[in-house]
Design a protein around this ligand. Structure first.
Ligand code: HAM
Length: 423
């Protein structure tokens, strides 16, 4: 039986890969406009990084990591997300000695052993932003504005930005008490996962997608109503800055995010246009993460955006692939084929996109093939042409033909540029 790709992974074929390149270029341009620089971290890290960073009790760490042991028994995991590694790299490479804040972006595959479905894969790709070194609410708004600008540039309309504050260690303690008192009255109707969450991380119960849980949570107390003074002020500033930057948002007290490192700002961009997995982008502030993984005390904020989901939204709107094939060289006979092989490379050396036949096609089939490839011009070579030192070149759009020199590629290019191209 033929070997297939692992479940939850996909091949990105040429008919789609050019869209990825287009999106990645848009992203890189936008990041440089906002002065974010690229960081690349390893595909795998010590498992401990994610256990401590993302959180022992999260679904990611409990159920979804691809973990393996090295010969010396050290445990490693494929990265399930980008933030923990960037924060590790910031401390390890002493990026705190640079002028702050340090504004970084990445484009990376991530790996999560989830149940695959539309928009949910085991290997997926994230565009991520991380800003380290400032608590300023202005940067929270900038990070969110950058994502919003990308959606605008890509002409995505049906997308909503939800923001929330998930407080800090201080205010969460009092809130957890109130939340747990409320949840205790609903425990018998909550799903099995939520019963566990009730003990370890009660706020995550709010995020449960189960209908029975959602119904039971109608009257649940929300973190935003229990913020300490500092968090309250920070949240007010984030909202004010978003308004200054003209980014439309909605407050959604149920946004709690699935990773444990968040504090204060949490946000998601959600669409209803691509089915159940409608969260295109999620992020927030993580002021305690660096210390949690043994690094310097450093505030941070960022987001992760799923590129598969983004492509599902914009794929059809992207410009069509057309790296124009300028010259196809059709040849008949051994001499002519040799000449074609030589010329095609010399043309490329001069920056002209050229192609020839490699399938021993007849002249007629070569003409058809050139047409399929969308060739702008076809140069026709046979023994006669080689002897004469001139050949016909045909403009495939207008059907016009003209005679050009093929004695040297330089002469040919001069003729081509002077005549055919304009024709
Ligand atoms: P996350 O919400 O786990 O956050 O993932 C961010 C985005 O990655 C999601 O909104 C979704 O678009 C995409 N995504 C997640 N899992 C999958 C999957 N299995 N298949 C396809 N797409 C997926 C984080 O990863 C945080 N590190 C974000 C962050 C950065 N927070 C602060 N800085």
């Amino acid at each position: 039986m033929a070997i297939t790709a692992p479940k939850g992974t996909r091949d990105i074929l040429p008919e789609e890969s050019y869209k990825w390149v287009y999106l990645e270029e848009e992203i890189r341009c936008l990041c440089s406009l906002y002065r974010y620089e690229e960081i690349r971290t390893p595909m795998f890290e010590k498992t401990e990084l994610f256990v401590r960073g993302v959180g022992q009790e999260t679904d990611i760490v409990q159920k979804e990591m691809y973990t393996f042991e090295h010969r010396d028994k050290e445990s490693f995991s494929l990265k399930p997300e980008g933030t923990a590694a960037v924060v590790r790299a910031y401390g390890e490479n002493k990026l705190y000695t640079l002028p702050q804040p340090v504004k970084l972006y990445y484009l990376t595959p991530c790996f999560r052993a989830e149940r695959p479905q539309k928009g949910r894969y085991r290997q997926f790709h994230q565009f991520g932003i991380e800003v380290l070194g400032t608590k300023s609410a202005g940067i929270d708004a900038e990070v969110i504005a950058l994502a919003a600008r990308l959606f605008k540039q890509l002409k995505i309309e049906n997308i909503k930005l939800y923001i929330n504050s998930v407080g800090c260690g201080k205010c969460r303690e009092a809130y957890y008490h109130t939340l747990k008192t409320f949840l205790a009255t609903k425990l018998d109707v909550l799903c099995e996962d939520c019963q566990k969450r009730y003990e370890k991380n009660p706020m995550r119960v709010l995020d449960c997608k189960e209908e029975t849980c959602q119904a039971a949570l109608q009257e649940a107390p929300y973190m935003v109503d229990y913020l300490c003074e500092e968090c309250e002020e920070h949240f007010a500033e984030v909202k004010e800055n978003l308004q200054l930057m003209q980014v439309a948002y909605e407050i959604n007290p149920r946004i709690v995010r699935g990773l444990d490192y968040y504090e204060k700002t949490a946000f998601e961009f959600v669409t209803e246009d691509i089915g159940a997995q409608g969260t295109i982008c999620g992020g927030g502030r993580y002021d305690g993460l660096s210390e949690l993984i043994g690094g310097p005390k450093t505030p941070g904020i960022g987001f992760g955006m799923g590129l598969e989901r983004l492509l599902m939204l914009v794929g059809d709107k992207l410009p069509a692939k057309k790296a124009a094939l300028q010259i196809y060289i059709a040849s008949m006979g051994r001499q002519a084929e040799k000449k074609a092989q030589e010329m095609v490379e010399q043309l490329r050396a001069q920056g002209i996109c050229a192609e020839k036949d490699f399938m021993q096609r007849s002249l007629k089939s070569q003409m058809k093939y050139a047409d399929k490839l969308g060739a702008e011009n076809v140069l026709i070579l046979g023994d006669e042409e080689i002897n004469a030192g001139t050949a016909e070149i045909k403009n495939m759009q207008t059907g016009e033909q003209c005679r050009v020199s093929i004695k040297t590629t330089e002469q040919f290019v001069a003729d081509y540029k002077a005549g055919v191209k304009k024709a």
